[in-house]
Structure formats: C-alpha cells, structure tokens
Design a binder for this molecule. Structure first.
Ligand code: B12
Ligand code: SF4
Length: 428
C-alpha cells in the first residue's frame, strides 16, 4: 500500500528531524512497508506536491499541540482529494485528547495513543490484510458512526529491541546544526506539576550505552553529524548509564559537540559526570530550573532547591561548559515580585543563557487541575487547544490568572524579564 508519514508545519524557527516519525518508519521498514516521510516545515516540501505525486492509501500524521491546527487543515485537504485514504494521527496531541479528537474530526480515521511503533505496525498490517482493528492495543478508531477505544498498549521494553530511527528517510541535510538529535531514554518518574508525559509515561527506560554509541556512530558516518543534541526528558536519571555513554564518546575521539537540549535535573549531576561530559565534548547544558523562588519550586513539585541549582550551575561553568536555564513566569505562587527575584538571581549566579516561557498548562497535568481550582481561565480554546500560544516567544500571553498575579501583571513581568535578558545578552 502507498503510505506516507507527515510532519505538519509548526514553529518556523525550529526545524528538527522528527524522531517520532523516524522510529515509526523504522519498524514499518523492517516489515517491508514502503514508507516515505514528508516534513512540511521544510521550504521545498508542500502538500500539493506530495498529493500530486502519490496516490496515498495510508497517511500517518505526527501531531503536537502547537501544530494541531495545521495537522487538521492538511488532513481535511488530503481527505477532500483522496477520500479513500486512511488517516491515522500519532504523537503527544492525540495522546492527550483521546476519543474527542476523532469524535470532532471525521477526517481522522484512527489515532495512536502513547508510543507509536508497535501500534502503528499492527495497524498497517491489519489495513493491508483488510482485517478489523479490534485487537490493536493503543488504538482509537472510527467504526461507522462510533468511536472505539482499544485497551492501552504496554510500554516497549527493553528499548534496545527498537531499530534506530529511519534517518535515511528524513531530509537530513535540510536541518543544518539540528540534524544530530537523539533520544536515548523514555519517560520520567518525577512529579513536576506542569509536565505532560502522555506518550512515554512516568516509567523511565533507557537504551543501553552500547546501543546509543552504535546509533551515534551511524549518525556520524552516514550523516556527518558534528553537533549531537540529546532530547531525552531525563538523560541523567541513571547516572551509571549516562557516564558510560559519555566515556564511550570520549574514548572514540569522535570530536563531537554535545548539547543537552531538553533540560538536565540539577540534582542529577555530580563532579564526575560533568568531568565526563566535558571530556566527551559537551559545549552547552540546559538545566530545568523553572523558578528561582523556593516557595514556587516547592509548589510545582520540582523536587529541587536553590542551593542545588546554584551549586550545579557553578560547578558546570567551572568545567568550561556553558549553562542555560529554563525559567517560567506564572507558576502557582508566583507574583509580580518574580521580576526582582530573577534580577537578583542573575546578579548572584552567572549563567550563559535563559530560556524563558510563560507558564501554560497542558490538559491532564496537575497544573491544569490547579488552575481549574485556583485560577481564572482567560479567553483561550481549552477544548481543542487550537489557538495554543507558543509560550516562549515575544508575544506569548497568559491563558489564566490568579488573585495574586493578574493577567496584566503576568504580561508585564514576562515582558520585563525578556527585556532584562535581552539587555544582558542572555535570552536564548
Ligand atoms: C524536541 C522537542 C521540541 C523541538 C522540536 C519538536 C519537533 N520536531 O517538532 C522544539 C524545540 C521546536 C519544541 C518546541 C515546542 N514543544 Co516540544 N518537545 C520536544 C521533545 C523534547 C522531544 C520530541 C521528540 O523527539 N521525542 C521523541 C520521539 C521519539 O517521540 P514522539 O515524537 O512523541 O513520537 C512517538 C509517539 O508520539 C508516536 N508518534 C509520533 N508521531 C506519530 C505519528 C504517527 C502516524 C504514529 C502512528 C505515531 C506517532 O510514536 C513515536 C515513537 O513512539 C518533547 C518531549 C518528549 N518527551 O517527547 C517535547 C514536547 C513534544 N514539546 C512540547 C511542547 C508543549 C512544545 C511547545 C509547544 C512549547 C512551547 N515553547 O510553546 C513548542 C512548540 C514549538 C512548535 N513546534 O511550534 C510538549 C508537547 C505536549 C503536547 N501534548 O503536545 C512535549 C511532549 C514536552 C512536554 N513534556 O510538555 N519541542
Ligand atoms: S519536567 Fe523534567 S524532571 Fe520534571 S517530570 Fe517532566 S521530564 Fe521529569
């Protein structure tokens, strides 16, 4: 069957290979499915071109909150041109929306909840063999006029049974520096109240160091990767594994520049780990700090304190590794005083960059529940999140407020802190 996997357009400033589609394509490829991946974020990729070249029979669409609007638009267009084509959604957005996504959008035939590899494979096999979709765990699908939900899919374990993402199906040269992304572990057991983990859940699972090193070797050899960016939610959860990976990279003398993009926990770094990161070529590390107010840190259940934050930052910079921190404005307990608190923090502790975002709750998180009980929602599509405000750009805006921190104050604080960071050359 003619099949394609699509990455819909999202943020035009970040072009990153979709590892999610890469993994799904890799398991389909193992079973001889001929799958192409189309990244519609790239200049030369267009839906019109794709549809005029191929008479597609199954299309998989990868969907996060921020590209959901485009994902739905392109699906409608596709269905109007190819009404017989079976469209399945996967990714974090369908995983949080559940049945209501299909109930509202007749253009989608099915969706995969959670990890996609095994579910997609079973689905494609059944479609090819014209079998019913009853037994495919992790699948929500349409059957005439009803939407049916199959039991959940169990987590993939051990992770090493997965093939490497099918990077050969991605236009790797189009991603420049961002081409070298890798995801070496899945899930995170911490309690941070704002964090959405609808795909990989709370159980941490890691690829073995041997698997990771082989994958990196392939990325270097085939794609000439020089900058390696780790996207894991919690790369250092298992310190021994993390150290083995770093030692492996250092001993092979690959001369890579390592970037820990998605945030490392400050309570999961040691001198030994940082030493190994440095030897492996780590240039920049992002720490998930979120707040510099101890009470807010406690409210959001981050499980870290400011002493740990300051210690980790100082130690990391001592090793000559650049430190960026993730900070949020508007978490439970925040007030307008956050401006001065951040100012004081930045005077006390030297960092190389700050990634600032407006606290924006995602459905099914504890933060979402907290706003329902303690805050006031502002105008914003809470049902479908189709006008989701990108939370880390200049015109980010609050979607709720509280008696202690009004909507005007939230916007003012966000703007002032951004200006402060810009003046200091710290805004990342
Ligand atoms: C890298 C990353 C980014 C990158 C690029 C993402 C991209 N390629 O578009 C950048 C920095 C741009 C980014 C930005 C944002 N991101 Co982001 N990002 C990530 C991160 C850290 C890794 C993504 C990844 O590669 N995962 C690894 C792959 C293997 O997982 P996966 O994509 O989920 O795929 C699996 C399944 O979902 C499924 N699947 C996926 N697609 C498909 C398709 C089909 C057909 C099928 C069957 C299955 C399937 O199978 C895959 C294998 O199991 C995730 C965290 C995470 N844990 O995933 C957050 C995450 C995806 N981001 C998130 C958010 C909220 C954002 C922002 C909106 C935040 C903001 N600043 O406003 C922005 C939006 C920017 C935009 N695009 O417009 C949320 C999404 C929440 C949601 N429910 O949608 C996540 C989950 C983080 C979190 N815990 O909150 N992000
Ligand atoms: S924010 Fe990071 S540490 Fe906290 S639960 Fe999410 S992935 Fe884990």
């Amino acid at each position: 069957m003619k099949t394609a996997l699509i990455q819909p357009p999202g943020n035009p400033f970040f072009k990153v290979p979709s590892l999610g589609l890469g993994y799904v394509a890799a398991v389909l490829r193992e079973k001889e499915f001929k799958v192409k991946i189309f990244d519609l974020n790239l200049e030369n990729a267009s839906l019109g071109k794709l549809l005029s070249h191929e008479r597609l029979e199954i299309v998989g669409v990868s969907c996060v909150i921020s590209n959901a609007l485009h994902a739905l638009e392109i699906t409608r267009k596709m269905k109007s041109l190819l009404p017989e084509c079976f469209v399945v959604f996967g990714g974090p957005y369908p995983s949080i929306m559940g049945e209501r996504l299909l109930a509202r959008h007749r253009e989608i035939d099915a969706m995969v909840v959670g990890e996609g590899e095994t579910t997609a494979l079973e689905l494609f096999e059944r479609l090819q063999n014209d079998q019913d979709l009853d037994g495919v765990n992790g699948l929500i699908f349409r059957e005439e006029n009803t939407v049916r939900r199959n039991p959940p899919r169990s987590l993939i374990e051990p992770l090493d049974c997965l093939p490497f993402p099918a990077r050969e199906k991605l236009p790797m040269t189009a991603y420049d520096e961002n081409a070298g992304v890798i995801f070496t572990s899945r899930g995170c057991p911490y309690q941070c109240m704002f964090c959405s983990r609808p795909v990989f859940g709370r159980k941490w699972r890691g690829h073995s160091p041997e698997y990771v090193l082989k994958e990196i070797e392939q990325m270097r050899k085939r794609y000439g990767i020089r900058r390696l960016s780790f996207l894991d939610d919690n790369f250092t959860f298992d310190l021994e594994r993390a150290e083995k990976i770093l030692e492996g990279i250092a001993s092979r003398n690959w001369k890579l520049r390592l970037y820990f993009w998605n945030g490392i926990r400050v309570d999961h770094v040691t001198k030994g780990l940082l030493e190994k990161m440095k030897r492996a070529g780590c240039i920049t590390l992002n720490y998930g700090v979120e707040s510099v107010d101890p009470d807010v840190l406690a409210n959001i259940k981050k499980g870290i304190n400011l002493d740990q934050v300051e210690r980790a930052i100082r130690l990391t910079r001592k090793f000559g590794i650049k430190v960026n921190v993730f900070l949020m404005v508007g978490n439970p307990g925040d007030t307008i005083e956050i401006i001065d608190k951040i100012k004081n923090f930045l005077e006390r502790v030297k960092v190389d960059g700050v990634h600032l975002s407006m606290a924006t709750p995602i459905p099914r998180t504890e933060f979402w529940k907290w706003v329902e009980e303690n805050g006031r929602w502002l105008a914003y599509d809470r049902e479908e999140l189709l006008d989701w405000p990108i939370d880390d750009v200049e015109d980010a805006y609050p979607v709720f407020d509280t008696p202690e921190f009004s909507v005007e104050e939230r916007s003012l604080a966000y703007r002032k802190i951004r200006n402060l960071l810009t003046d200091k050359g710290l805004l990342t």
